[in-house]
Design a protein around this ligand. Sequence first.
Ligand SMILES: C[S@@+](CC[C@H](N)C(=O)[O-])C[C@H]1O[C@@H](n2cnc3c(N)ncnc32)[C@H](O)[C@@H]1O
Length: 409
Amino acid sequence: MSSHLGLAYHLTHRGNAQHTRYGWLRLTPAYSVHVVADLLKRYALTGDIVLDPFGGSGTTALACAERGISCISTDINPFLVWLARAKTRAYTPAEVKCFQQLANELIQHVDKVPPEVIWLPEIHQREKWWEPEVLSLLGALLYQIHRLHDTFAEPVIDLLKVAFCRLVISHSHASFNHQSMSFKKKCQPSLFSKIIDDLILTWQESINDIIRSMQTPIITLPAIHLHDARQLTTLIPKETVSFVITSPPYPNRMSYIRELRPYMYWLGFLQNGRDAGELDWQAIGGTWGVATSYVGRWSIPEDHGVPYPNFTDMIRRVAEHSDLLARYIAKYFVDMKQHITELYKVTKSNARIFYVVGNSKFYSVLVPTEQIIASLLQNMGFGEIEITLLRKRTSKKELYEYIVSARRS
Ligand SMILES: C[S@@+](CC[C@H](N)C(=O)[O-])C[C@H]1O[C@@H](n2cnc3c(N)ncnc32)[C@H](O)[C@@H]1O
């Protein structure tokens, strides 16, 4: 195994914040644009078709779009597909101007919307997320955005929704100081006039920021699909893809639905907790709400086909502590095997493959994701397999992020 780079801030989603559209919304699952840019710079060839099967918020798609490289991106989460499309669109100057004008008009009327038309999302513990005044202002703003739907084009509405999402988080009690989202301690209640002034200021800053960050031209529009990475052949013709850069979920019980639920509830991608769990069950490594009970009922197939030599022993050792966790980890790799089987079929001869993955640890059992993914790739017929250390993750000792690379023969 070769070592690439040590512990480094710019190799996480935080490194994206200042970079054009990459920082539009702060999303923990996003990976670093610097890693993607570096791989493209080193290896991309004219005519490449890049695939990111776990495209998330569209980091790979945007990096390709800005460089004129064709890219297909898929994700199972409809909110992320919406966001990735919004981030990678080529907006016309007229659309940008219209967005700016509407944004200014909407915020001026935000405190004049009658309370009876305001809709609020059914997110669990809503009052823990937002102060009542903030909730009604956000509801009023969204009501006004929805009223524009029939009159204005989708790109303009999407930009308003991106700006709205920024307010949803900046005016919440969510804290991002940990690997996943938590709640800040509540401070003293503020006066309504102060809340509204703050909200207007943040809105205006966001609008300016979004417009400024759109300067980088989109040279090639990516194709972004709501699709399951375990069924790539139902979307992509065989032997199409020449370059894969992706970061699948890690087997660490982090739920993307959990992280993204404030946005997803406000924008109507989720209606209740049951939906959230059902959607997470569709995701590889999903473990939120009802997804956990489904994992508990899932059985490890005898012929699971994961070729890593210590796989069965690793699962057995985790099962000594938690049967549920053992099933969770096994299902993760069985799903990844299904994905890699499909990936092989849609890649061309000589295609380059790069997976950014993290290992995990449960009780005292280390789950060497990078080695297991490498074994799956090798078993599938990919060659030139290498594992490169990317960075040390800060949360726990022994937790690292790696790039697993391979080449289709
Ligand atoms: C680590 S994140 C990728 C983040 C992305 N690189 C970015 O910069 O935003 C993993 C992604 O895999 C998606 N995912 C999970 N299961 C999937 C599946 N079966 N098919 C497609 N996408 C899936 C999740 O929704 C999540 O967005």
